[in-house]
Design a protein around this ligand. Structure first.
Ligand SMILES: NC(=O)c1ccc[n+]([C@@H]2O[C@H](COP(=O)([O-])OP(=O)(O)OC[C@H]3O[C@@H](n4cnc5c(N)ncnc54)[C@H](O)[C@@H]3O)[C@@H](O)[C@H]2O)c1
Length: 359
């Protein structure tokens, strides 16, 4: 149910701008128009993106030097209310008002946390995303979901609040560790599988899909996501297809967070997609040949199994906290075949346990 008026719906529509080297001048003029003198623009970065991406940002847009920097610790374990408190305190100490703008320069962690911090600071200030990881450029910085982890559960505190603009600049990926490109690949694969067969075929046919992708892939993945989110900004219906791989994936992430072990979002989602494809085949939703094609691709590019033996019950219990559930019933978005997905599929826990136990 959507209780908001049409203007609100319009505001929920995303504005994405693809920037290439040299075309920052128009964006600079737009930013300058939003804030005379740049006194009101704050730049949120984590320690890595402050060091590696801010200099490039200033190089491309010299006025960015005047944006007041707030630096937070890097890593999923810092995507917490505690870190938000630090951001709010620094905004307050530096005199940020309701007309201030927070620019989130970073990966999905900075975008999620910065978007949430902005959405409630003084009842909401504007924010802009400048995603610097592939995963954030194709996924996290699009769609207006913000949030932080809470009590060991992923994104439990958050809001729907789109950035006033998401500026996608592939040049930021030049400093991203190669291993992180795979994270973004996982989300591009997901987007392709849930809604666009030809994009899936293009990715599948690529010789080195784990390398820095062509700009056209970033653009396609970002636009496919944007279109789905524009249609259903509050995830009441079709947007749920984007959760393919995430019911198992988020449980994996929450489990590893709880035992203080590192697992990345992309790895967890890739593993989630493998298990959820197997589940779709078990339930007769997907045919075996499609299931095999998908799991073969994922096994090749995301080898390894992240389901810890003996922890199947624990993972199932984490899935019970999934925000997509109704009551205590665990619900999945399951791919029927590449390009087509069903959502809100209730699956009994006995079936999930057998899946995770590989019975
Ligand atoms: N809101 C959404 O719709 C949505 C969707 C998918 C994922 N997410 C969230 O996104 C997060 C994962 O995002 P992520 O993979 O970008 O993780 P991240 O933001 O933690 O970034 C990964 C690492 O790369 C570093 N980094 C980022 N850009 C860099 C660059 N250009 N050069 C060098 N280092 C760089 C970061 O400092 C960090 O150490 C998770 O918290 C996940 O829940 C949100």
């Amino acid at each position: 149910m959507n209780y908001f008026c049409k203007d609100h719906d319009r505001a929920m529509k995303e504005r994405i701008q693809f920037i290439g080297r040299g075309s920052w001048s128009r964006t600079g003029a737009w930013l300058g128009g939003l804030d005379k003198g740049s006194q009101n623009i704050f730049l949120l970065a984590d320690e890595n993106t402050a060091r590696l991406c801010r200099p490039l940002f200033i190089n491309m847009l010299p006025m960015a030097e005047a944006f007041r920097l707030i630096t937070i610790s890097a890593g999923e374990q810092h995507k917490t209310l505690e870190t938000c408190r630090q951001v709010w305190s620094e905004l307050e100490a530096q005199g940020a008002g309701r007309d201030s703008i927070l620019i989130n320069l970073g990966g999905g962690m900075v975008c999620d946390l910065g978007g949430f911090a902005a959405s409630v600071y003084k009842r909401g200030i504007r924010h802009i995303h400048i995603p610097t990881s592939l995963l954030a450029q194709v996924d996290a910085a699009i769609g207006g979901k913000t949030g932080v982890n809470h009590l060991g559960l992923k994104n439990q505190i958050g809001s729907f609040r789109p950035a006033i603009r998401t500026l996608i600049e592939p040049a930021f990926l030049n400093t991203l560790p190669a291993s992180h490109l795979r994270e973004g690949l996982a989300e591009m694969v997901k987007t392709a599988l849930v809604c666009n067969k030809s994009f899936w075929e293009e990715i599948r046919g690529s010789l080195n899909p784990c390398e820095k992708p062509p700009d056209s892939w970033i653009r396609t993945a970002a636009l496919l996501k944007k279109n789905i989110c524009d249609e259903d900004p509050y995830e009441n219906g079709r947007r749920k297809i984007l959760n393919f791989g995430h019911t198992v994936g988020h449980a994996i992430e929450s489990y590893y967070l709880s035992v203080n072990k590192a697992v990345t979002h992309g790895e967890a989602v890739a593993c989630g997609m493998k298990y959820e494809s197997l589940l779709a085949v078990r339930l007769g939703i997907m045919n075996e040949a499609d299931g095999q094609q998908i799991t073969d691709f994922l096994d090749r590019h995301f080898p390894g199994d992240l389901i810890p033996a003996g922890q199947e019950e624990a993972l199932c219990s984490l899935m019970r906290h999934d925000k997509k559930n109704l009551g205590t019933q665990i619900r999945f978005a399951l791919c029927e075949k590449p390009g087509r997905t069903v959502f809100d599929v209730p699956v009994p826990e006995t079936e999930i346990l057998s899946l995770l136990r590989k019975l």
